[in-house]
Structures are given as C-alpha cells and as structure tokens.
Design a protein. Structure first.
Length: 237
C-alpha cells in the first residue's frame, strides 16, 4: 500500500491517503513538542518506538473486544489504519494524580485516586485544549450522547485492560489520553496512538518515569526510557 496525498501533519505524526478511501497510512516522527508546541525537540528513534508501542497496545485491546483503527504495520515508522473522522475530544483517564490534575486540584503527584477519573478536553490547539463537560459537548455538538456513552465505556475498559497488562510488567499506568474516530460507515473506533508520548508510565518499584515527562521536565535519558518501555512490552527486558 502506497502513501498518496498527505492529509495532515501533526506535531508527532503525518497522515496520508492511500488508493483505498477507507484506509490511511500514519507515519510517526521523532519530533517532540510539549506545552502545546511551546517546547520543541527531537527524540531519536521515537517515531519507530511509538509506532511499535501503539500497535502492540491496539492489538492487545482488539483482543479484548475494543474496536481500533489498527490494520497492519508497514515499516518501522508507518502503519496502515482504517480511515476515520476524529471526534474533537481528548479523552483522559487517570489513576494517580500527576501533571495538570495535580496542579488544578492541589494534589501531590503520586497520590492514588480512589476511583479512575475521566476527563474530556476539546481538541483545539489554539485554545490549549480546554477541559469540557457533557453540557459543553452537547451545546457545541462535539459528540452525540450515544458517542459519549460508548467512549466512556471503552475508555474505562481500556484502563482496566492496560493497567492489569502493565502491572504484570512492573509498570504503573498513571494516566493516558485517547482519541476516537468514526468510519464512513458509522463505526466508532479507538484511533490515534497509545505511547509514551500520550501516557504516563512509571516503573512500579522505583517510580522512574518511562514517558514523555522526561522530555517535558528535562529529566534526561529520554531515548533510553522510551526504549526501556518498548523492551518491557516486547518481553526482552
Ligand atoms: P496532563 O496531566 O498534562 O493533563 O496529561 C494527562 C495525560 O494526557 C498524560 O498521560 C499525557 C497526555 N497528554 C497528551 O497525550 N497530549 C496532550 O496534549 C496533553 C496535555 C496530555
Ligand atoms: N502534545 C502536546 C504538545 O505537543 C502537549 C504534551 O504532550 O505535553 O505540546
């Protein structure tokens, strides 16, 4: 399958049409940004790692009954996916306080939340992706009630599956961000990526961060942490 017209270039990925209108190719880049593009850099090998990590997670979730856009990996950095129109919501699930939740609610990073917390943010870079509730989603027609219900149920199930899978690998899933899309035939699919760019992964024993917080917070060893996460998933660490 060949890449045709580039449909979109994001901060970490490019998306291409193919000769089949129902299939796109996603191509992962080494470019890294944080704080909505205010901090920029590059993480050597990140594109290939995020491609592999995402595909591994998507296949795991498919096996647990979550429909995803994954079709097949084409190369180190490229994957064939089902074409969807992205619902303009970033769906965040949190198990442990960190990042913006810690600052917003004055919770020390690392505090375990009594139940998972689900947040919706409006995907608008120019507005810094503001958090929205059901009323905003309905008033702005960002998603239908049925889509929100289905997304909620998938997001909580994904959290259960990933937490239990990662626990066995000695990794704590602190929080993560999901995106969903609709196919032309009206199927809701988990889309985008699930990678160290979009999740907080902590080593369960040491709490060492194995994710993009190393880049966001200048903690060093960014490439090594991404590689370690991949190696643990692939069972060779
Ligand atoms: P936050 O604590 O900064 O709100 O981030 C929550 C989770 O969402 C964290 O795992 C990182 C992920 N995330 C993204 O994938 N993209 C983003 O633009 C932001 C702000 C967070
Ligand atoms: N993805 C966002 C950005 O590119 C923020 C983040 O991941 O921290 O700026």
């Amino acid at each position: 399958m060949q890449k045709r017209t580039m449909l979109y270039e994001g901060k970490a990925k490019r998306l291409y049409e193919t000769d089949d209108k129902d299939l796109y190719i996603v191509s992962y880049k080494d470019d890294a940004t944080a704080f909505n593009g205010k901090k920029r850099g590059s993480i050597l090998g990140k594109g290939a790692i995020n491609n592999k990590v995402t595909n591994h997670m998507m296949q795991l979730l498919e096996g647990e009954g979550i429909p995803t856009h994954f079709v097949t990996q084409l190369s180190e950095t490229d994957t064939l996916v089902k074409a969807v129109t992205i619902i303009p919501l970033e769906v965040i699930v949190r198990n442990i306080a960190a990042g913006s939740l810690s600052s917003r609610l004055g919770l020390e990073e690392g505090v375990h939340l009594a139940t998972p917390v689900l947040e919706f943010c409006y995907k608008r870079d120019d507005l810094d992706d503001p958090m929205v509730n059901m009323y905003h989603i309905k008033a702005l027609s960002l998603a239908t009630d049925e889509q929100v219900q289905q997304i909620t149920s998938y997001a909580l199930r994904i959290n259960e599956v990933l937490c239990s899978y990662l626990r066995d690998l000695g990794i704590t899933l602190v929080d993560f961000k999901l995106e969903f899309g609709m196919t032309s035939s009206g199927q809701l699919l988990l889309s985008d990526e699930i990678s160290p760019d979009t999740c907080r992964f902590w080593d369960t024993k040491t709490n060492k961060k194995l994710d993009k917080d190393r880049f966001r917070r200048d903690l060093g060893d960014v490439e090594a942490a991404y590689q370690e996460l991949l190696s643990r998933l692939m069972g060779d660490a």
